[in-house]
Design a protein around this ligand. Structure first.
Ligand code: NAD
Ligand code: TYD
Length: 339
């Protein structure tokens, strides 16, 4: 397939491009990425060299209709996977505006350009966070009502509903995928796992929000990317598919596992003021994706976490490249004297 992948220099998008180019020797990918603080061309440096002639990069904004249309036409693209987003909940609390601009207006603009060009396959990548928060039992299914609690998840839910309207109104073949928390190589170290690992290795305090008892379902990024590829190739137009990792852990348990891996003491943990609107628990029921796509997560959390932390240990230059200037000012602005 000839694909437009948006946000392909980010964490999940870059892992997806690596997998798609490797698994389908016929594929061609145009990666359109605005290169925000989270977009890092280094994530794809090796991949680009390994697949000459099958990959092009365009520094572009999904909210720019004419550029999206031009890329689709110029490269005769017949499928789209939209990863482009502002993705960090804490940043959305500081300033929701870029989240609405990219995640809502950008998502709609990309749908409009892809409709005009006429693509046969379109996957919009969304999140379990659109469903809100669970109590101690149960799991989200695709029919759980949307009840987002952060500006980030509200912007993602808005885009999911716009996708739904595009299918119902224009018969546009969009598929929405909703996945739980990803971890793996190339994740920007503002997210829990790389953030805590890098701080622990420097003997810095580890700020856990609230009582550390909030639960996330963790999935390795390659399991998520495989699900997206399956949705792209086999998904039903108009469908929503949940993906989960079968790995519910509370945040304290995740941080303890990281400390064990690093050989660092638990005294590094600091319980700090809770994140406003902090969802207590996420869990995913993904039987629809299992039945219709043949999706199932393959990696255990403990195995995947160890491989991931080793990747960070083995790539100090990548870490140096993403933890300078703007990163440090975000950490200062968000955590202040909490850390
Ligand atoms: P990320 O922040 O690592 O990467 C986002 C990428 O999008 C960056 O390369 C950035 O430069 C690019 N981008 C941002 N605004 C853009 C714009 N206007 N135009 C073009 N490119 C733009 O995010 P991620 O963790 O890789 O997440 C990718 C997608 O998956 C997002 O849509 C996110 O909501 C969704 N998702 C993430 C998770 C997770 O655990 N990280 C879980 C479920 C779903
Ligand atoms: P995060 O990686 O930001 O993902 P999300 O909020 O999208 O689930 O956070 C994962 C969990 O870890 C979430 O419950 C918030 C918590 N957390 C902390 O307790 N401290 C931190 O410094 C960070 C970044 C997250």
């Amino acid at each position: 397939m000839r694909l437009l992948v948006t946000g392909g220099c980010g964490f999940i998008g870059s892992n997806f491009i690596r997998m798609a180019l490797r698994d389908d020797p016929e594929s061609f990918i145009c990666n359109a990425d605005k290169l925000t603080y989270a977009g890092n061309p280094a994530n794809l440096a090796r991949t680009v060299k390994e697949h000459p002639g099958r990959y092009v990069f365009a520094k572009a904004d999904i909210a720019d209709h004419d550029t999206m249309l031009r890329l689709l036409e110029e490269h005769s693209l017949d499928g789209v996977v939209n990863f482009a987003a502002e993705s960090h909940v804490d940043r959305s609390i500081i300033d929701p505006a870029p989240f609405i601009r990219t995640n809502v207006l950008g998502a709609q603009t990309l749908l409009a350009a892809a409709s005009k060009h006429g693509v046969s396959r379109y996957v919009h990548v969304s999140t379990d966070e659109v469903y809100g928060s669970l109590g101690e039992k149960g799991a989200f299914s695709e029919t759980t009502p949307l009840a987002p609690n952060s500006p980030y998840s509200a912007s993602k839910a808005a885009a999911d509903l716009i996708c739904r309207a595009w299918h119902k109104t224009y018969a546009f073949p969009v598929i929405v995928t909703r996945c739980s928390n990803n971890y793996g190589p190339c994740q920007f170290p503002e997210k829990l796992i790389p953030f805590m690992y890098l701080r622990a290795m420097r003997d810095e305090s580890l700020p856990l929000y609230g009582d550390g008892g909030n639960v996330r379902d963790w999935i390795h990024v390659e399991d998520h990317c495989r699900g997206i590829l399956l949705a792209l190739l086999k998904g039903r137009p108009g469908a929503v598919y949940n993906f989960g990792g079968n790995a519910e852990r509370d945040n304290l348990a995740v941080v303890r596992e990281i400390l064990r891996f690093c050989g660092k003491p638990e005294s590094l943990v600091r319980f700090v003021a809770d994140r406003p609107g902090h969802d207590r628990r996420y869990a995913m029921e993904y039987s629809l994706a299992a039945e219709e796509l043949g999706f199932s997560p393959s990696r255990s959390f403990e195995e995947g976490l160890g491989q991931t932390l080793r990747w960070y240990a083995d790539n100090p230059e990548w870490v140096r490249g993403v933890t300078s200037g703007a990163y440090l000012s975000f950490i200062q602005e968000w955590y202040g004297d909490k850390v």
